[in-house]
Design a protein. Sequence first.
Length: 291
Amino acid sequence: MDKIKSLPGASRLIRHLKCHGVPMALASNSSRANIESKIAHHKGWKECFSVIIGRDEVAKGKPAPDIFLEAAKRLNKDPADCLVIEDSVPGVMAGKAAGTKVIAVPSVPKQTHLYTSADEVINSLLDIRPEEWGLPPFQDWIENTLPIDPWHIGGPVIKGFGRGSKVLGIPTANLSAKDYASELVEHPSGVYFGWAGLPTRGVYKMVMSIGWNPFFDNKEKTIEPWLLHDFTEDFYGEELRLIIVGYIRPEANFTSLESLVAKIHEDREVAERALDLPSYAKFKGDPYLTK
Ligand code: ADP
Ligand code: MG
């Protein structure tokens, strides 16, 4: 139970702040012992925190402010100068009650409305902009894209909602959700890009969204890859292999279909340019795409 995977962007954030000498506290409603055993599985994390506090070390847990007040005290900081990053509603309340600034990264998707007392609600840790909080900016974005640990999914192309090309002029080759169920849970919704292989045809640039498509209010989370190539025919049933190498932006809602389509074309241009950069281009030759 203790080997919980870290959230995308967590390690990057912790290391970035540590690197720039920003003091950090880990303040959780779990017991101190529990926290210790959980972070033991993440190499180098423990050393990044100057303070670690569990529920058992203060009078009242979140939503009471005690944990964050104690954390600030041990950091020797005024709570007003602290930034809390929280995934739970009680945690956001605790941070605000302690007088800190609070970024909410809701652990339950589509529940943004419950987190309105936070100073900012973001979709995932990939979307943190430290400079907005007086902290050193990340320097790993390249040409409006964020390199991520590449991940692979593949399977036969199935029928989707039948509205990609019809409504938008943007066909998306759908895989069966069961072929990537665990990846769906693991990866935040948003716009990503990478390489797509159709073993009998070739390897193509690809931009894709992961999410519920707020514009269409889908009930299920899906992956929607658009291959950046003009095909003369459909390829339902063929094996499709994807390597996802970078992140562009969180999912957004749009007030009109025109603005949604315009944004998708902007994403396409960002992906097309980025995939020519050596750090992304090198994955084009990965045998996973063609075997
Ligand atoms: P569906 O809802 O069935 O996925 P779409 O309107 O999204 O229908 O069209 C996707 C289908 O179109 C793919 O499964 C594929 O067979 C075909 N297709 C043609 N060109 C492309 C492309 N450039 N990218 C993705 N799919 C394409
Ligand atoms: Mg589709």
